[in-house]
Ligand binder design. Structure first.
Ligand code: ZN
Ligand code: ZN
Length: 285
């Protein structure tokens, strides 16, 4: 179980590896372009090679990209959905160049028309991305908190997409905060067991390739996406002990996306909390 973090890649993408080493992260998630916009500058070959080499030399990985926030594959605005598809294709090609496992992204909002109404469109978009990206990259759907009609807050919806698209490259990232906000109680061993039994039934644990490990500002079932430092939110340290103890997470990389105790993003203190739980539970590194 690798303990990683979302880190800044500003300046030069390979600086993300230096930042990971500074806080003791064993894997990184980065934005290869500004996440608030569509603009994507092709990555310089030398920079891509440096990222790959540096990650390998320091044993940082598996690494992942996070897609831009504007992506909304189920939007009734067809142009917006198309831009999301295009953005993901760019990211997937860059993932190949940087030796990153793939792109974790949010499905976005159906804007009130419901999951069933946008199901076809989302499947077509996912197929288009997969058909136009390298075979060694994964397209990774992240569960949502359900805020603003966002698709994918229930495992059943993600499972339906995976079954329909039926690609070995379409995978899933579980965000602990989003799950908690969507009503999945991850705070006790029994709650984690029930949640992961539903995950197994609806999606299949073999499709889980990443965890976004975050405590929650809002309460269970509040439907709001707001992350908190481990132990400072409504989930608490016991939740993360229960999560790390569950066998479904044993070989899955964890990425912190917390605000940080100094407000500077994922930090050594959050990483150390997870590392000490991992050690206490004797989970293999
Ligand atoms: Zn997340
Ligand atoms: Zn979030």
């Amino acid at each position: 179980m690798r303990i990683g973090a979302h880190v800044s890649a500003s300046g030069r993408l390979d600086k993300a590896i230096d930042r990971a080493l500074e806080i003791g992260a064993e894997a990184v998630q980065i934005f290869p372009s500004p996440p608030q916009g569509w603009a994507f500058k092709p990555i310089d070959e030398k920079v891509a090679a440096d990222f790959k080499t540096k990650a390998r030399e320091h044993g940082i990985g598996p690494n992942a990209f996070h897609g831009v926030y504007l992506i909304s594959l189920g939007s009734p605005d067809v142009e917006l959905a198309r831009k999301g598809t295009q953005s993901l294709v760019s990211y997937m090609n860059a993932a190949h160049d940087l030796g990153v496992m793939g792109t974790i992204f949010h499905l976005g909002s159906h804007r009130g028309r419901g999951f069933e109404a946008c199901f076809r469109q989302v499947c077509e978009s996912l197929n288009r991305v997969l058909d136009n990206s390298p075979d060694d990259t994964l397209l990774i759907i992240e569960n949502s908190a359900g805020m603003g009609d966002h698709v994918g807050s229930k495992f059943q919806q993600i499972g339906a997409l995976l079954r329909e698209v039926a690609s070995p490259r379409l995978k899933v990232c579980l965000d602990t905060q989003h799950a908690f906000a969507a009503g999945y109680d991850l705070t006790t061993p029994a709650g984690v067991a029930a949640t992961m039994a539903e995950f197994e039934r609806e999606i299949g644990a073999r499709h889980l390739v990443a965890v976004h490990c975050n405590d929650s500002k809002p309460a269970l079932g509040a439907g709001v996406d707001r992350h908190e430092n481990l132990g400072e939110g409504r989930m608490g340290i016991a939740a993360f002990e229960a999560i790390l103890a569950h066998p479904a997470f044993r070989d899955v990389p964890f990425y912190l996306e917390v605000p940080g105790f100094e407000g500077t993003g994922p930090d050594a203190r959050n990483i150390d909390i997870l590392k000490s739980i991992r050690q206490k539970l004797s989970v293999p590194v």
